[in-house]
Design a protein. Structure first.
Lengths: 368, 79
């Protein structure tokens, strides 16, 4: 009975994380399209939500689950996964509040690592793997995207620079529908997989799925795809504004170059099995497309705040994940801990959003 | 220490493929826009040979861009 309750809570928390993942990362996909008016905000988020949903069905290869090779899989328990998810959700909401794009994958890795350290100790975490698979790629991803988008926009300006602006803008706006669509598909495929993997692992740990007959149940695929699509549809307008207009004021060619570079880097990394953060790639692409035209076009203060958030993501999500695990264990090893922590989190989120709703509609303020 | 921890070879492949695909797609699509715009201009001026050449550039560039998108979808589904 207690195991069943913990399983239900882990599934609900994983789907809640999936929702915040879509909500938080909508900006990666739609910000440049909205900023260059390739699509209206409503059409852009609907388009992204639909393609995120479709993307979740494209690949069901969840063998490489989140944090694999970084933490010792033998030590993972449902409570650690739960606490890690709480850390990731909390960090996603904090960075959304400040309008900062940050990696949901890194938040999840940080949360699980923090909970693991609180539960087992540092011996359960492979520091070298964390450095090699997460930290170094996090530094390289924006640099590669920055360079690709920068070179791409320089060539694009050279080719279309002397043409009439009307057809050029219309052309690149049309191109952004395709490049934005590719990003949304890639995002749905990559990120919904994380939730599917976590729920499937929880089902295996519970004994609902035979580990020798590893498969992802259809309801897991459909619910994960739905959660990420609904999150995307909700639209994290604060981050969309940061990525779409606060870093640089983009023209259509820059928007297309940033998205094209982003899609190319993400797909190349998928092809070679070297996962990179979608957020870091797109942000790097946006900065590269802006800086190539004029270095001062990029608001480096905003970019600096974003990079601070990137550096803090793993330690802060880890700290919250560790604290959530500690709080859970205060109530013993049964289901009471996760139940109490879940109620506390829901209450905290409701209080924050309730206060904002009292001050004025969140949605109207954000969409304005 | 970083030399052994990080898979630099794969990272180099990712960077090279990203440059090829990212710069290639933007360049191809820019040529498509150029081809389309110039084709219309040339047609208006009654220069049918140049209009045909720019039309061919438009089609070739669009095919290259579409091929890149199709390859991207294949990469996603083949994961």
């Amino acid at each position: 009975m207690s195991d069943d309750v913990v399983l239900y809570i882990v599934i609900a928390t994983a789907l809640a994380f999936d929702f915040t993942n879509g909500f938080h990362d909508t900006a990666n996909v739609v910000a440049t399209s909205i900023s260059t008016r390739a699509m209206s905000p409503k059409v852009a988020v609907t388009f992204a939500a639909l393609l995120n949903f479709v993307g979740a069905f494209i690949s069901l290869e969840v063998a490489a689950t989140i944090a694999s090779g970084i933490v010792n899989p033998d030590d993972i328990t449902s409570t650690i996964v739960f606490a890690g998810l709480i850390g990731a959700i909390a960090w996603n909401l904090i960075t959304w509040y400040f309008g900062l794009p940050s990696s949901s994958s890194h938040a999840l890795i940080g949360g699980v690592v923090g909970a693991m350290i609180a539960a087992v100790g540092t011996s359960a975490v492979d520091g070298e793997s964390l450095l090699g698979k997460v930290v170094v790629p996090a530094l390289i991803a924006p640099i590669v995207a920055f360079s690709v988008a920068g070179l791409a926009i320089l060539l694009a300006y050279r080719i279309v620079g002397r043409l009439r602006p009307g057809p050029v803008n219309r052309g690149f706006r049309l191109g952004q529908v395709a490049s934005g669509g590719m990003l949304a598909l890639a995002h749905g495929t990559n990120d919904a997989q994380k939730t599917m993997g976590i729920i499937t692992l929880a089902l295996i740990a519970h004994g609902s799925i035979d580990p020798n007959n590893f498969h992802v149940p259809t309801w897991v695929v459909v619910s994960s795809a739905t959660a990420i699509a609904l999150g995307t549809y909700s639209g994290g307008w604060r981050i969309i504004r940061t990525l779409g207009s606060r870093i640089i004021k983009m023209d259509t060619a820059q928007g297309f170059s940033a998205q094209g570079a982003g899609a190319a880097v993400i797909l190349a990394s998928s092809h070679f099995g070297y996962p990179l953060s979608t957020t870091h790639v797109i942000s790097g692409g946006v900065m590269g497309a802006g800086a190539a035209r004029r270095l001062s076009a990029v608001k480096w203060g905003v970019a600096g705040n974003m990079m601070v958030a990137w550096v803090l993501t793993i330690p802060m999500a880890g700290l919250i994940g560790g604290a959530a695990y500690g709080l859970t264990r205060v109530f013993g090893t049964g289901a009471l801990g996760p139940v109490v922590v879940s109620i506390l989190c829901i209450g905290l989120i409701a209080a924050v959003f309730g206060r904002r709703l009292q001050r004025g509609s969140v949605i109207s303020a954000e969409a304005a | 220490m970083l030399a052994t921890i990080v898979d630099w070879k794969t990272l180099g492949q990712v960077a090279a493929a990203s440059f090829l695909a990212g710069v290639g797609v933007t360049t191809a699509f820019s040529f498509a826009i150029m081809g389309g715009t110039r084709m219309v201009d040339m047609r208006r001026q009654g220069r049918s040979v140049e209009a045909g050449a720019y039309g061919a550039l438009l089609i070739l560039s669009l095919v290259a861009s579409a091929a890149a998108v199709a390859f991207g979808v294949i990469v996603m589904t083949a994961k």
